[in-house]
Ligand binder design. Structure first.
Ligand code: ZN
Length: 296
């Protein structure tokens, strides 16, 4: 089924000399916010980027009550402790990938702040700051450094490391969002950008149950070429391009069974993680793409 949409006239395809992207429809998806109604995805046949419809120029209303899973509302008790272990491992892995120990790090789109806190704990000689939509910091960052995104412009050029994990896909205009993120890094500073991969092996095997579709919260679904082109066009120098296996199997199972995510699904996801990792390593189609880039 091929569908033409007005958005096809405005998005320039980075892989086709700025011609408009050539979109086909991937059909209707589940509205996980309950706030939008009918949601769908179109995808460019050339650069592979997916775009969620309808357009939502301002997405802040989706995150009003920190109820979405971006804020880990289900993370209490044992779930919280398990996620702490996972986030600490991720923070250690990130520090191994960096050429330098950061002195002033910013976690843009810090969500629950659980990862930010784990990174902060590993860097006693550095400042680690979180930023997100809300005026008050999340509970995890109580007493730590935080500012609301609305006030970000006063922090221009202030950080030698800016991370944006699973952030760019949350905005209809990732070009301008990336510019705003990059503005916070000092010249010569490092940006770490990670997004779900639309070409992940699980999007094919699990279809719409694959949790990374996550409509309408995810507005853009990146292919590797589309992400690299976006970062290139922002004037950043790509230094590393890393395959990341995001433990999403538990939530995807919950979706497949039409159930809310809960501890049993988290535990099933952990049990299946070695299989998930192996599948992604063998297929070369990881669940997420991480680009480490330098601001010139
Ligand atoms: Zn395209």
């Amino acid at each position: 089924m091929t569908n033409r949409h007005t958005i096809a006239d405005v998005r320039r395809c980075p892989l086709d000399n700025g011609q408009p992207c050539d979109f086909t429809s991937l059909g209707s998806f589940i509205d996980k916010s309950g706030k939008v109604g009918e949601v769908s995805v179109i995808r460019c046949t050339r650069c592979g980027i997916g775009v969620s419809l309808p357009p939502l120029p301002d997405v802040a209303f989706l995150y009003d009550g920190r109820e979405s899973q971006d804020f880990q509302p289900d993370a209490r008790g044992l779930s919280h402790r398990i996620k702490d272990i996972a986030f600490r491992r991720q923070a250690r892995a990130l520090l191994r990938q960096l050429a330098h120990r950061p002195k002033a790090a910013l976690d843009f789109g810090c969500g629950s702040g659980q990862f930010t806190r784990c990174l902060d704990d590993l860097l006693p000689c550095a400042t680690v700051t979180g930023t997100d939509f809300h005026s008050e910091p999340p509970a995890e960052l109580a007493g730590r450094d935080y500012f609301p995104i609305a006030t970000a412009s006063v922090h221009a050029d202030a950080f030698d490391l800016v991370t944006a994990f699973h952030v760019l896909e949350h905005d209809d205009d990732p070009e301008s969002l990336l510019n705003r993120i990059a503005a916070l890094a000092a010249p010569g500073g490092t940006l770490v950008i990670e997004v779900p991969n639309i070409d992940c092996m699980w999007t094919r095997l699990l279809g719409q149950a694959w949790d990374a579709w996550y409509l309408p919260f995810h507005r853009i679904h990146f292919s590797r070429p589309a992400l690299r082109a976006l970062i290139d066009n922002a004037g950043l120098t790509i230094e590393q391009d890393i395959d990341i296996c995001v433990p999403t199997m538990g939530r995807s199972l919950a979706n497949a069974f039409g159930r809310p995510n809960s501890l049993p699904f988290l535990l099933a996801g952990i049990a299946l993680h070695p299989l998930q990792w192996l599948g992604e390593a063998l297929s070369g189609k990881p669940s997420a793409i991480r680009i480490i880039a330098r601001k010139n």
